[in-house]
Write a protein that binds this ligand. Structure first.
Ligand SMILES: Nc1ncnc2c1ncn2[C@@H]1O[C@H](COP(=O)(O)OP(=O)(O)OP(=O)(O)O)[C@@H](O)[C@H]1O
Ligand SMILES: N[C@@H](CCO)C(=O)O
Length: 322
């Protein structure tokens, strides 16, 4: 969520105290995001990002904290998690858990700013992330794997709105097709799993940081490649120059094995179905106003799923040049 939980001013004073940030000088709710309640906090010690989650468990947050520490040690550009006094890297508060991050400098790109050069840099950084986390020992199953998405779709098929029930039926068919494309043993490791335009800060034309690692988990690397390809390289249709630049950059850092190239289609189709479905649940069916949630349209993701369904595995490989 964006602003799901109303936190009183005292909550922020308490957070500032627990993290040694001094006096709170200002607080602004952030309507972007779909899962958590996010705020920007101005303090004596500077600006920080405060996330309140009712969704993530203590184990999830410990995994995220250990991963961010590993990335920091490896000098991979990612958020710096601040740690409060006490035994946990978060605070239990207001029916959920608070995490505090240093404010990240930089800008998020809009779709109009995307060029092959940008995509090549993004791909190279994602390949670097996958290489960097090979030496990370933490583990977490994908919280939004195909079984979970199937459950969501079963629920949506029961909805009273005929349009949603029909879309759910169509997505169930596409998800089954994605699963039938399973290629056997693929290299696995820690993936970001949600690398959209609003989860990367840029400093000029360089990646400043990947952030929002709360969906990071252990899964096939190609799943991350496919999710990122879907997010960045589709604008009314898949853009061949962007797709090819992204794969070129990725493979400069981490070449794909043949089994991964063959698996790309199944992961891309799964990813398109997964995000169409979560957008219906988190945005389309949300009752929050625009001041509390910046909605994202599920239809743009349905278009990706349909485009993939039409082009098939060979079509995708030809399009992205692998
Ligand atoms: N450390 C940070 N510094 C500066 N801005 C941040 C930071 N973390 C997040 N943001 C800003 O807050 C927005 C929402 O954050 P985030 O993406 O983590 O939310 P979320 O609720 O996890 O949602 P989603 O998973 O849907 O992206 C981001 O798009 C970004 O603009
Ligand atoms: N990045 C997701 C939201 C968080 O899962 C989307 O754009 O639909």
């Amino acid at each position: 969520m964006a602003v799901y939980t109303t936190l009183p001013p005292e909550a922020f004073t308490h957070v500032a105290g627990a993290y040694g940030l001094g006096t709170v000088r200002g607080m602004t709710p952030i309507p972007q995001g779909s899962i958590n309640t996010n705020h920007r906090l101005e303090t004596d010690a500077g600006r920080v990002f405060v996330r309140h989650t009712t969704v993530r468990s203590p184990d999830d947050l410990r995994f995220e904290a250990a991963l961010l520490e590993h990335l920091a040690r490896a000098h991979f550009p990612a958020p710096v998690l601040l740690v409060p006094a006490g035994p946990t890297p978060f605070l239990e508060m207001h029916g959920g858990r608070i995490s505090v991050f240093k404010w990240l400098p930089g800008e998020e790109f809009t779709r109009a700013q995307l060029t092959p050069d940008v995509l090549e840099r993004l791909g190279a950084e994602l390949g670097k992330l996958h290489r960097t986390t090979q030496s990370f020992g933490g583990t977490r199953d994908n919280p939004y794997g195909p079984e979970v998405v199937k459950g969501w779709l079963e629920g949506l098929r029961q909805r009273p709105e005929p349009e949603l029930a029909a879309v759910a039926g169509e997505l169930e068919g596409l998800l089954a097709r994605a699963e039938a494309e399973h290629q056997g043993l693929e290299p696995r490791g820690v993936i970001h799993a949600d690398l959209f335009l609003d989860n990367v800060k840029w400093l000029g034309d360089r990646v400043g940081a990947f952030f929002d690692f709360e969906m990071a988990c252990v899964d096939a690397y190609t799943r991350d490649v496919a999710i990122t390809l879907n997010a960045w390289c589709f604008d009314g249709g898949y853009q061949p120059a962007l797709c090819q630049a992204f794969l070129r950059g990725y493979q400069d850092a981490r070449p794909l094995a043949e089994v991964e190239k063959a698996a790309l289609f199944g992961h891309a189709l799964y990813g398109a179905v997964r995000f169409t479905t979560s957008r219906i649940r988190d945005y389309h069916l949300s009752t929050l106003g625009a001041d509390k949630l910046a909605p994202k349209d599920y239809r743009t993701y349905l278009s990706r799923a349909r485009a993939l369904g039409s082009m098939g595995p060979d079509g995708l490989r030809a399009l992205v040049g692998v």
